[in-house]
Design a protein around this ligand. Structure first.
Ligand code: PBG
Length: 327
């Protein structure tokens, strides 16, 4: 006999009861803020497709990093927007390239308060906008890209990055970067693999955020949305290659993959609430169709429930404040 013996509503009757019964919680320390820094500008530039987000100057980046550290979030993920691009993404390996300069400064400023991280991918640095170098016929050359990633990884580690986010989706990228780091003595640099990174529409606003030049798409290297089992396979391969953390991306549309990966591996699993997810909520909230704060907090809880240990989200600092207020 189920009812009236069992009344599930008993555990939902008041806010204090619900708070005590919550199976999952999100803490500020689990949140990572993605940030963009642009070379050669004197004022931060708003990203129109991501209201509230900007391309930072080095100065405004430093101030925002300090605010983020004070908010108690877990980390910062830096993306560079260089002034000049070329076919092989030279700015990515230049110690004076914008991303390497920025991570050095930010690590010195807040590196003991949170984990300062860098995106390891060529798309922001190439004039064609692809995540790798190209063959003469214009295809993305997997194996030639690996040595470029290895150089980029060493440059970032040398500059002061504590964690490298490998987001290029080349086969063998984790092993290539790990080997190069070990050779140079950077044995403590953490590798976070964007293992199950799906191609598709949700990265749209990010293109403006980094002024991407891409024409065409990334479907020969990023994963195909119908494939969930393959996401688990990618995660297992990356762990074998030396990844410390694996990630699933985009976020909310791929919580099934996140849960599958969580159940299949014993390393931390992260999720990325990407630009398109951010912009959808911002747009609907601006129209008054969604309660912004409640929607953001619901979405973060969903990531935790699906098994994410940490979440990259453009709302990291604001959400940390809300979580504190609610506690
Ligand atoms: C690659 C990279 C991208 C994002 C993070 N790292 C772009 C892409 O894969 O097309 C997207 C993040 C977002 O949409 O918020 N450097």
């Amino acid at each position: 006999m189920s009812f009236p013996t069992h009344r599930p509503r008993r555990l939902r009757q008041s806010a204090p009861v619900r708070r005590l019964m919550a199976e999952t919680r999100v803490a500020p320390a689990q949140l990572v803020l993605p940030m963009f820094v642009r070379e050669g500008i004197s004022e931060p530039r708003p990203i129109s497709s991501m209201p509230g987000q900007v391309q930072h100057t080095l100065d405004s980046l430093r101030r925002a990093a300090v605010d983020a550290a004070e908010a108690g979030i877990g980390g910062l993920m830096l993306f560079g927007v260089p002034a000049v691009r070329d076919a092989t993404g030279s700015g990515a390996v230049d110690p004076n390239g914008i991303l390497n300069l920025a991570v050095g400064e930010i690590a010195r400023e807040v590196g003991d308060a949170l984990v300062v991280q860098t995106d390891l991918c060529l798309d922001e640095f190439t004039d064609h906008g692809h995540c790798g170098v190209l063959t003469p016929s214009g295809a993305v050359d997997n194996d030639a890209t690996l040595s470029r990633y290895a150089e980029m990884g060493v440059a970032q580690a040398r500059a002061g990055s504590q964690l490298l986010g490998l987001s290029g989706m080349m086969d063998g990228q984790v092993a290539a970067v790990r080997e190069a780091l070990d050779e140079e003595g950077f044995t403590d640099t953490i590798l976070m693999a964007y293992s199950a990174k799906y191609a598709g529409a949700f990265y749209g606003p990010f293109r403006e955020a980094v002024d991407s030049r891409l024409t065409g798409d990334r479907r020969t290297y990023q994963m195909d949305p119908p494939n969930a089992r393959e996401g688990v396979r990618e995660a297992l391969l990356d762990i074998e290659e030396g990844a410390d953390i694996v990630m699933v991306k985009p976020g909310l549309p791929y919580l099934d993959v996140l849960a599958d990966v969580r159940g299949s591996v014993d390393v931390p699993v992260w999720a990325y609430q990407v630009s398109g997810e951010y912009s959808m909520v911002e747009a609907a909230a601006e129209k008054g169709w969604l309660d912004r704060r409640a929607t953001v907090l619901d979405s973060l809880t969903s990531f935790a429930r699906a098994g994410a240990d940490a979440i990259l989200t453009y709302w990291a600092v604001e959400a940390a404040g809300w979580i504190r207020e609610d506690a």
